[in-house]
Design a protein around this ligand. Structure first.
Ligand code: ATP
Ligand code: ZN
Length: 708
């Protein structure tokens, strides 16, 4: 009987996607190993293996042979994230060892050459071998496990070639600089990761728990759902939960990026990591530490790094052919000039080897993931969450942003402004409407029920469930018979509306109010007008989008006059009277001109969000928003979408700069090499330099600031 076992390892020393591919290739070759998932962002490897056919020992040995360090972790299936773990300091790792070794060997060789010139050649050869041997071993391990054209292969061929043409000193320098470059890459990759790790530091490690009237300080991991915790002024909220006692202002910037404190009173939700202001709060814990909103955000950002942008995928494919092609070019440089044009063999072998060093694709390979990791981390710090590189890329190329009206461009809290009665008193009409709406979740319904409650009205009894007709009305059976509340259009479908009533409706609608008709059967009992105020920053945000060259449209199920009135006030185009399916068709129509983002609250417009090129959920509680959309704005500000697009554009721009830097430097050195100006150590320095420049440029994004 065979048994599959799940294995999860942390892998130290992965600097880029290429490393992950190398490990994946090797794992694929092992018998009985399945479900392989290597993540460079999280430095992790997950797989299942058949214990009769492979052993964990064997798997770990393979990883070590490739030059990485596997680290066993706690229980399988825990939601551990890279950010929660401490890594070795960079100077103590495997890569650093190679730097010390090759550096020391080179220094010793220089010393020997000084005092015993006759041994110079041997000293440098020996120094070169000290570095070449581990590199060749790694190259060999990669080659036999399915990755023949690795960076190590390039280095091995170049260094051995240099030895062969009597350039031992240069071979030693090349290997040393290669080791330094690798180490710098590790440092750089660590910097990008630590941006995400910094998010984790926002959640406190300890909490004050109240148990049987006594207070004790415990690690946050020990807080259970239902526990009671005390948050003193100035402390961070230890875990998600809600206020039991106390009123205080809480700064939620760590979660939403919004620095204006939010007033919290009993019943209000609290997010782990937010900072308590002026007064003590007693809270009830609703989520375990590993399941906190902030932990989910971090988990999401880490996963987002894995989901590759089309551009990143293209670069990966490009670099996988780049290396073999460059090897062929090097070979041509070595053989063509001597054979065809009588060039000097030694000269052209030397130039060929230099070309080989330039062929290293590192800088190119990290150009995209480094920028995307930085972009995602900056966004997360500001409450702009993007679920992956693909969404980030699309956001940077948007032509149109479509907005839902209710709850997105408006506050989503309609209030009753007028009640017009045709049959019965105001209170009777309102009470009947509220009885019909009692169980709906529609914002208009909620406003009607709330108003009836505020007037202490006794609602007529209703029988059975209310029937919602999406985009039109809701109907219920009352003692007096069927009653419904719905749009004037719906009422018109049932029976013609009197001219005077129609004029009243139209006047209210022209003032930007939404009118619903209260019906008893087919008879109109009254009209209720409601007004939903635009969000404070809506007009400004729409203007900024227009300045960015983006077309904006408001999609609404509301009637045309109300929609137009609001649209005029905000300066946005309007498509009104859209039934839910018509909204999807409208988005499809907009897509003809290019990428379309749909911004909604993520709760009742999930299909629209899914239809758009990118769905962006705004506010509305972080949970739903995180699940349903491609991106989420954790603040309830329309400006967030402009910030998000701006950040995505900055990230895309950064990627192109990186690609330009990487390829540009290589091109320059290719030319100087063929002209014979470049030495081997300059070539390797160019490669390392390009990698460092690209990483530094990507890290620049971490300091990105939006315009407002
Ligand atoms: N529960 C309800 N109670 C009263 N009227 C309703 C109800 N549901 C829908 N309607 C009517 O149908 C219209 C369209 O509703 P729909 O839910 O499609 O749009 P909305 O959510 O109000 O606006 P938006 O599409 O801008 O978010 C409403 O303006 C209202 O007239
Ligand atoms: Zn390189």
């Amino acid at each position: 009987m065979s048994s599959a076992k799940a294995l999860k390892l942390r892998i130290e020393g992965m600097d880029c996607g290429a490393c992950a591919v190398k490990i994946e290739n090797a794992m694929k070759r092992l018998p009985g190993v399945t479900d392989i998932n290597v993540s460079y962002g999280r430095e992790s490897l997950a797989l299942s293996f058949d214990e009769d056919r492979s052993s964990q020992h064997n798997i770990e040995a393979q990883i070590r042979a490739l030059g990485f360090t596997p680290v066993r972790e706690g229980a399988v299936g825990t939601r551990a994230s890279a950010a929660e773990r401490e890594s070795l300091p960079f100077w103590a790792g495997k890569k650093a060892k190679l730097v010390w070794m090759t550096g020391l060997a080179f220094a010793v060789a220089v010393g020997i050459a000084q005092f015993f010139p006759q041994w110079e050649r041997w000293a440098y050869s020996a120094a070169a071998f000290v570095g070449i041997i581990p590199v060749v071993r790694r190259a060999y391990a990669s080659a036999i496990t399915g990755t023949p054209f690795s960076i190590e292969t390039l280095m091995s061929v170049a260094a051995l070639g240099a030895l062969a043409i009597d350039a031992a000193e240069e071979a030693a320098v090349v290997i040393f600089l290669f080791a330094v470059g690798e180490l710098l890459e590790t440092v750089a990759a660590g910097r990008a990761r630590s941006a995400i790790k910094a998010l984790m530091d926002l959640a406190p490690r300890q909490a004050i728990r109240e148990q049987d009237g006594k207070l004790e300080t415990v690690p946050v991991e020990q807080l259970a759902i239902g526990d009671i915790a005390i948050v003193r002024p100035g402390d961070r909220v230890p875990s998600d939960g809600s206020v039991l006692e106390g009123i205080s202002e809480v700064n939620e910037a760590p979660i939403t990026g919004e620095s204006v404190p939010v007033a919290k009173e009993p019943g209000a939700n609290l997010y782990a990591g937010s900072i308590n202001g002026n007064a003590e709060l007693r809270m009830s814990i609703s989520r375990a530490a590993s399941d906190n909103t902030i932990a989910r955000i971090i988990h999401m950002v880490e996963e987002a790094q894995e989901s590759k942008a089309p551009l990143a995928r293209f670069i990966d494919r490009f670099s996988s052919i780049y290396t073999p092609v460059a090897m062929v070019v090097s070979l041509l440089i070595v053989i063509v000039p001597p054979l065809l044009f009588g060039g000097d063999w030694m000269t052209w072998i030397y130039r060929g080897l230099a070309t080989l060093l330039i062929a290293c694709p590192c800088a190119l390979v990290i150009s995209t993931p480094a920028a995307i990791a930085s972009g995602l981390a900056v966004g997360a710090r500001r409450g702009l969450l993007v679920k992956g590189g693909a969404a980030l890329e699309t956001l940077g190329k948007l032509k149109t942003v479509a907005f839902d009206k209710t709850g997105t461009l408006t506050e989503g809290r309609p209030r009753i402004t007028d009640i017009v009665t045709l049959n019965g008193t105001e209170d009777e009409v309102l009470a009947r409407a509220a009885a019909v709406e009692r169980k709906t979740s529609h914002p208009l319904g909620a406003a009607i029920v709330e108003a009836a409650e505020a007037r202490n009205l006794e609602l007529p009894q209703s029988f059975g469930a209310a029937l919602a007709i999406p985009g039109k009305a809701v109907t219920a059976r009352l003692k007096s018979g069927f009653a419904s509340v719905g749009s004037p259009r719906y009422a018109e479908e049932l029976a013609p509306i009197e001219e005077s009533v129609r004029q009243t409706i139209s006047a209210l609608e022209q003032a930007g109010k939404t009118v619903v008709v209260v019906l008893a059967g087919k008879r109109i009992d009254g009209l209720i007008a409601l007004r939903d105020e635009p969000r404070q920053d809506a007009a400004q945000a729409l203007k900024r989008l227009a300045d960015m060259g983006i077309k904006t449209v408001m999609l609404t199920g509301d009637n045309r006059r109300t929609g137009d009135a609001i649209g005029r006030a905000l300066g946005v185009g309007v498509q009104a009277e859209l039934l839910p399916e018509a909204k999807l068709a409208a988005i499809d129509g907009l897509k003809q001109d290019g990428h379309v983002a749909m911004v909604g609250d993520g709760i009742n417009d999930a299909p629209a969000l899914a239809t758009a090129s990118v769905g962006v959920a705004m506010g509305g509680g972080t949970d739903v928003a995180l699940e349903t959309a491609d991106a989420a704005l954790l603040q309830n500000r329309v400006m967030g979408i402009a910030d998000l697009i701006d950040l995505s554009r900055a990230t895309l721009g950064n990627i192109w700069q990186n690609i330009g830097l990487a390829l540009g430097l290589k091109a320059i050195f290719l030319v100087t090499t063929i002209l014979g100006v470049t030495t081997l150590w300059m070539a390797i320095l160019a490669d390392t330099g390009a990698t460092v420049l690209v990483t530094a440029n990507a890290l620049r994004l971490l300091r990105y600031r939006s315009q407002d």
